[in-house]
Design a protein around this ligand. Sequence first.
Ligand SMILES: Nc1ncnc2c1ncn2[C@@H]1O[C@H](COP(=O)(O)OP(=O)(O)O)[C@@H](O)[C@H]1O
Ligand SMILES: [Mg+2]
Length: 261
Amino acid sequence: MLELTDVTKEYRVGEQAVRALDGVSLRIGAGEFTAIVGPSGSGKSTLLHLLGALDSPDSGSIRFQDKEIGDLDDDAQSEFRRHRVGFIFQFFNLLPTLTAWENIAIPKLLDGTGLRKAKPRALELLDLVGLGERADHRPAELSGGQMQRVAVARALIMDPPLILADEPTGNLDSKTGASILQLLADITEAGNSVVMVTHDMGAVRYCDRVINLRDGRIGSIDRVERGDDGEIRTVPEPGHTEAARVTADGAAVNGAGAVRA
Ligand SMILES: Nc1ncnc2c1ncn2[C@@H]1O[C@H](COP(=O)(O)OP(=O)(O)O)[C@@H](O)[C@H]1O
Ligand SMILES: [Mg+2]
């Protein structure tokens, strides 16, 4: 569904260039729940922003459903962001003066649908995230976990194939965080893809894949397998281990993560 090839991104701060992403190649399949983990500053948020076309790479290719995102004009890119991607943030980003259902309806308003017309779907989604009783509550009247549920519903209202979440449980206690992770896992069961940046290694058990970033490169990609006994284990994806960064003749490949058979 989403394919990155040799993507680089640099930030310039004065004379200094910071290479936030350095030759990243990966694929995200439909219905997959992918975690992006790595130390602070390893490029996780930068990668998420590129996946959502909030920013563009300096070089390399990002294809979504076989279209190069960089080739789209500005209108098509904002169309892409509105209809193809839903965003979830660490601090929820709800509008304080609006009620829960109105917050959920916002993407519809931005797309030209009236509030009244958007309401039935917003209420359905509130039910889906377990907040049917809280439609008229404002963010200040909701707990952190409830606010994040509203944000999840808002991310879903345009029915986007791709949901991007940056530390969605970073501001929640572990029990509340677990319920949000379960909600995201349920969403992927319905066929949406979720890509989530997280610091929380406990989150991995809800995911299908784990991408480890290190200094702007892919260190490894692991698949999460669940045994019959509920045991979780991670299995390296072929071509995405540290070893794959070395070619047959022993030369290091610049830009880890590429599948270069
Ligand atoms: N807007 C920016 N301007 C300059 N440098 C940035 C900017 N955003 C990120 N960086 C730098 O790029 C690197 C990767 O940042 P980021 O993607 O935010 O990492 P992470 O989310 O893993 O903590 C870091 O060295 C960071 O300081
Ligand atoms: Mg970050």
